[in-house]
Write a protein that binds this ligand. Structure first.
Ligand SMILES: Cc1ncc(COP(=O)(O)O)c(C=O)c1O
Length: 380
């Protein structure tokens, strides 16, 4: 049996999404900026997708800026706000468990003269809104706190943080790549200024995403050129990708999140009850519906991933982006794990396509392989 439990890294393209995209890769190939019929057809498709996404987040269509994905959207949010508001101040606040595309962008901004505060998180990976408030100073221009963590699934108190930012007149950005369509997110109600989303986490194609930029937010483009996307992001639109992204959002249902949660809960329950010397990482309740992250004491995570892979099961030792590195996950270190504990940690992320039978098979195999590895190592 093959069981893909790495849906936080990426998801397969849904059949309906693929069907919606195909005409835009073949006969409807126009450039959305062209004036002729081919161009108008492409433009119409792009605008339809924009509307679907805008509606989902309760923003207006012209607040949806298509990009090449979550990495670009996060770069755009941080650099764009930094460059456009540097006369007001050069201070940015973020936190230690952000995705590398936020943290590395912050490091780069520091290298050119910006100041960044990296807030600590508690043992569940949660940021304290009071800490955000305390860190705000006269020069602060932006607070960037992710909605849900990609490794441990912890959901941040973004409503409270957004309110604080509003009170202090500071822009608030949230990276919602992992939570989009899984957790409700009403931009107007919460009062968030910028939101990052990505298509391939929600059964859409790779290489497409968006940054929501609320009206009135002062942001500089980072891609200069022909002035596409309301002058905010130049480059010929990835029409088929955008159509696929729109379709993925349109077909995302609450039942899918419920299904993922049910499977996630089976994983958590069985692993904690049936495998000795295990700890669940992340928040016990405020966590993404599809995330289960464990430390298996005395185990080398990479070895376990490879053994599971050999038996048809896909999971990950951390975020996909860092799983080729040998350094322990910065997220697990930030919640207080020792490096060897972080190395012994695995993430299972469920998807709408997974079945209960698959989950039970995967846990049966996991139990065997943990036992085998512990026998070999003799550590536990
Ligand atoms: C929380 C988070 N932010 C950003 C990204 C980057 O998104 P993309 O792969 O679309 O560049 C990811 C993907 O791993 C993610 O999980």
């Amino acid at each position: 049996m093959k069981v893909y439990l790495d849906n936080a890294a990426t998801t397969p393209i849904d059949k309906e999404v693929l069907e919606a995209m195909l005409p835009y890769l073949t006969e409807k190939f126009g450039n959305a900026s062209s004036l002729h019929a081919w161009g108008r057809e492409a433009r119409e498709a792009v605008e339809k997708a924009r509307e679907i996404i805008a509606k989902k987040l309760n923003v207006t269509s012209n607040e949806v800026i298509f990009t090449s994905g979550g990495t670009e959207s996060n770069n755009f949010a941080l650099k764009g706000i930094a460059f456009a508001n540097k006369d007001k101040g050069k201070h940015i606040i973020t936190q230690k468990t952000e995705h590398p595309c936020v943290l590395e962008t912050c490091k780069w901004l520091e290298s050119i003269g910006f100041e960044v505060t990296y807030l600590d998180v508690d043992k569940y990976g949660m940021v304290s809104p009071e800490d955000v408030e305390k860190a705000i100073k006269k020069e602060t221009i932006l607070v960037s706190i992710m909605h849900a963590n990609n490794e441990i699934g912890t959901i941040q108190p973004i409503e409270e943080i957004a309110k604080i930012c509003k009170d202090y007149g500071v822009y608030f950005h949230t990276d919602a790549c992992q939570s989009f369509t899984k957790e409700p997110l009403d931009a107007k109600k919460i009062g968030v200024d910028l939101i990052t989303i990505s298509s391939h986490k929600i059964y859409g194609p790779k290489g497409v995403g968006a940054l929501i930029v609320r009206e009135g937010v002062k942001i500089a483009p980072i891609m200069h050129g022909g002035g596409h996307e309301f002058g905010k992001r130049s480059g010929t639109e990835n029409v088929a990708g955008i159509v696929g992204f729109g379709k993925a959002v349109e077909i995302a249902k609450e039942e899918h999140a419920k299904h993922m949660r049910k499977l996630r809960d089976i994983i958590i329950k069985r692993v904690l009850e049936e495998i000795p010397k295990v700890r669940l990482n992340g928040h016990p309740e405020k966590r993404l519906c599809n995330n289960a992250n464990f430390t298996f004491y005395g185990i080398e995570g990479e070895a376990l991933v490879m053994r599971l892979d050999a038996r048809g099961i896909a999971c990950s030792t951390g975020s996909a982006c860092s799983s080729h590195k040998l350094q322990p996950s910065h997220v697990l270190l930030a919640i207080g794990l020792k490096p060897e504990e972080a190395h012994g940690s695995l993430r299972f992320s469920t998807g709408k396509q997974n079945t209960e039978e698959q989950i039970n098979y995967a846990i049966d195999v996991l139990k065997e392989e943990v036992e085998n590895l512990r026998k070999i190592s003799g550590i536990v």
